[in-house]
Ligand binder design. Sequence first.
Ligand code: XBP
Ligand code: MG
Length: 245
Amino acid sequence: MKAIIFDVDGTLAETEEAHREAFNGAFEKFGLDWCWSQHDYRQLLKTTGGKERIRAHMNAIGFTHDGPQPLKDYIAEIHAHKTGLYTSIIDGGAVPLRPGVGDLMEECRRAGLRMAIATTTSQPNVISLVKATLGGHGMELFEVLSCGDMVAKKKPAPDIYLKALEELDLPAQNCLALEDSLNGLKSALAARIVTVVTPSIYTDDDDFTAAALVTPTLAELAGGAHRSILSALRACHQGSVCAAR
Ligand code: XBP
Ligand code: MG
């Protein structure tokens, strides 16, 4: 195993409540009487990508756009405002890393293991979260940032992971992906990357049968048979790659 590729939302941190708050704030700003409840959002999250999620909601409620600009531009305007609200929440330090994530990154850094990000979320969101949780130089930990609209087809399509592999210049079998959702698991597996899942607040009822390992958080992997999170992930990767042969 030469690299770990991290998903962001739900994996690095429990960010989706901040996203939901930002979406609702943007709808209010644009005079739209939509307010996504936690129940609504669990279903809406099955559509990856904030702009795609807004459009899916519009379709679901039969929204008709009568503004001067094309619908695509109108959605982009709402989403840009949402992204501003979201990054303000994150910059304020409201959302910490999930248990074990910071420890694993430090273990990877010390071991010289390469790290990358493959996420559906928008680039400003990643930068805000990494700086707020890992400090101003936090982004230097990641050799590759593969995110948002850099690819046409978002998760569960493999494109965002294939882009990360290309930029790492590594074959899938030398990497391990960390995910929190079924869409993310499908994306990484479609790129043929061994995947470990830490379910998050909105994905705890997803089917993770195809994951190499499912653990409540990364922190649980340390101790027991393995002295560190990284050694547990190395063992999982080795076992999965061998089994695939
Ligand atoms: C999760 C997503 C994103 C976020 C919202 O991404 O699907 O759409 O919910 O962010 P991942 P945007 O789990 O791959 O990190 O509004 O910027 O899309
Ligand atoms: Mg995720």
